[in-house]
Structures are given as C-alpha cells and as structure tokens.
Ligand binder design. Structure first.
Ligand SMILES: [Zn+2]
Length: 343
C-alpha cells in the first residue's frame, strides 16, 4: 500500500505493521482488531502449511493484508491461502451464533456473543468482495491464473476489477451522501477510495515487475562500491568514510576477498568509547549471513527479494570477489531508461 506503515511488533515471528490510514477511524474500528488477528493468522497458518512464509501483516481499517514472502508457487495454493481468512471469519461467526442460545439468560454474555458473531460475519463478507488485493480479489486472481496459466495477466485482470470495485464503492457512497446519508456515504466512499488505491499500487508494482522480466542484474548494477579492510577501526571508518563521504554501508575485505558487510547502523549501535578499539570485522555482518546477488541473476527476482527482506541494496559477489552493488535506486534508474518512467 501507499500509506506510511508503522511497525507494531511480532506475533509468532511475523512482523505486524499498521498502515497510517488506520488512525483516521481508529475509534470506530478498535473492536475489529481481535477478529482481524484471527482472520489474518488463519491466512498465515495455511501459507505456512504450504511452506510459504507470511512476511508481514499490515492491519488496515477492515482486517489486514498479508504480504506473502515470495508468491505462492501455484494458483491452487494462492486460492487456499486467500480463502482461509474469510473462511475463518465466517466459521467464527457461525460458532458465536450457535453459542447465542446458551447465553440467553445472561444479557451481557449474549450481547458479547452477538457482537462477535456480527464482527466476524462482516469481516468475512467484506473480504470476500472480489476487489484485489482483498481476499476475494486474490481468490479471483487465483482462478484467472488457474484458467489462463498466466500469473502476470491474472494480476492485471484482478487489479482492474479491483479498481472498478473501488470506483463502484465511491459512486455508491456519493449516492448515499446525496440521499442525505452523509456519514455512511462518506465512509463507503472512503473505503472505495482506499480499495482503488490499493488495487492501483498492486498494478503499478506488477507493471514494474513485467518490465524487469528477462533483464539481468548486470544491466542495472553499479561497478563502484566502497570496501574497507577488515582490521580498520570504527573510529577510522567514521573519520575517513562516513563523515567525509556520507556513506552508509561498506563491504569488508581481507586479502581482496569479501568477508562481510558493515553498515552505519552497525557502527552507531556500538558505544562511542569502543570505536577506537573495535574493528570492522568485529561488528560486520559476516559473509555467511549477508544477502548477495550475482551478475546473471534476474532483476525481477532481486527486486522481489529486496521487498521481501526489506533491504535497499545488494552486493554483487562472485567467487568471493565484489563486482559492484545493485540498489533500488539503480533499478529505478534502469526502469526510467527503459520506459521513460516506471509510473
Ligand atoms: Zn484476509
């Protein structure tokens, strides 16, 4: 999505984040939170069953959107993962509904059960709307994918349908406003605007991926990079590189071979008095834990990995030797050269 995203923490190792749009109606929707968690966790559980990780869950105004780490490998998997959330919500609604008669003698418990049944029913039904990237849209995309055997085309079709659904919400909201139902209409229009935006950003991301398809890292990488000797102290690095050139990350080399990556963050995490004695190799990310790429890697895969891992650049390394760096900016520059502008 396009809004600012605020990290909330982790549940079962999955980062939970909050889109800033959420605050706009925070008071109205706090109560959907618990239901939203259950809904999204069911996506995660099915995804994990298929060996696909859920990278993060961003809680939006009505539930959440799970980002899968690496696209599911098949249309069937995507369909099952997408359908799991609404299925869980509808199942919970049914369970709370069935329990209602048992609580009929106790008014507060009855009210609570009705409430929970209602929330889960709404969450399940709303997410079944076929507007990509909502679950219903993902189910729709998986069906198109299964029929056409073309995942890219399926995303374009589902994205277009998602935008149409968004516009229909906006129109319906305006119609409500004109009919005097101001608050409801505004609310529905806002949801429509949000859906259209989400579908649009998915389609833009898809367009970028399609342009990159078939191109290699060698076409976008920069051959220049900054390396530092493994035995250089942090103080020397700060004086010589960070302050002088404003650099934020360095490859650490020993005997002309890359042994790790040092980031500005890694340096500033160390207490300042230790800078004159700590060496680059003491605080670097060792080579075994570094994410790297190769000249003949697909640019499309590299960008997807960057998105998944939340990194902005990757060293290009072959046979232990650094050949350069490839960053998001490099890929954007590559796109600009190829199509004028990635938009
Ligand atoms: Zn969902």
């Amino acid at each position: 999505m396009t809004g600012r995203v605020i990290p909330l923490g982790r549940i079962a190792g999955i980062p939970i984040r909050l889109d800033s749009s959420w605050f706009l109606i925070f008071a109205l929707v706090t109560w959907t939170l618990a239901a939203g968690y259950l809904h999204e966790l069911s996506h995660s559980l099915v995804a994990r069953h298929f060996g696909t990780s859920v990278q993060s869950i961003t809680l939006f105004i009505f539930g959440g959107v799970s980002r899968l780490g690496g696209g599911p490998a098949s249309a069937t998997r995507e369909l099952l993962i997408a359908a799991a959330g609404p299925a869980a919500s509808l199942l919970l609604a049914a369970v709370f509904g069935v329990l209602e008669p048992a609580a009929s003698a106790l008014a507060p418990a009855l009210a609570l059960l009705r409430y929970l049944a209602y929330i889960n029913l709404m969450l399940g039904l709303f997410n079944l709307i076929p507007g990509f990237p909502l679950d219903g849209g993902r189910v729709f995309r998986a069906i198109v994918w299964g029929v056409t055997h073309d995942a890219d085309r399926a995303t374009r079709v589902a994205g277009t349908v998602g935008r149409v659904v968004g516009y229909l919400f906006v129109l319906f909201g305006v119609w409500q406003i004109l009919g005097g139902n101001f608050i409801n209409g505004l609310w529905i229009s806002f949801i429509g605007w949000f859906l259209e935006n989400a579908a649009m950003s998915e389609m833009q991301g898809q367009a970028v991926l399609e342009i990159l398809t078939g191109h290699k890292v060698r076409e976008a990488m920069r051959p220049d990079y900054t390396s530092v000797p493994a035995d250089r102290t942090l103080q020397q690095l700060v004086d010589g590189h960070v302050l002088a050139h404003g650099q934020r990350s360095f490859l650490v080399e020993r005997d002309d071979r890359v042994v790790g990556l040092l980031t500005l963050h890694g340096i500033t995490r160390q207490p300042r008095p230790s800078w004159p004695t700590l060496r680059a190799e003491d605080v670097m990310i060792p080579k075994t834990e570094m994410r790297t790429t190769r000249r003949d890697a697909d640019l499309r895969d590299v960008l997807e990995h960057m998105d998944r891992d939340g990194v902005n650049q990757l060293p290009v390394i072959e046979n232990g030797h650094a050949l350069g760096m490839v960053s998001r900016e490099d890929i954007i520059g590559f796109l600009r050269d190829h199509v004028g502008s990635p938009r």
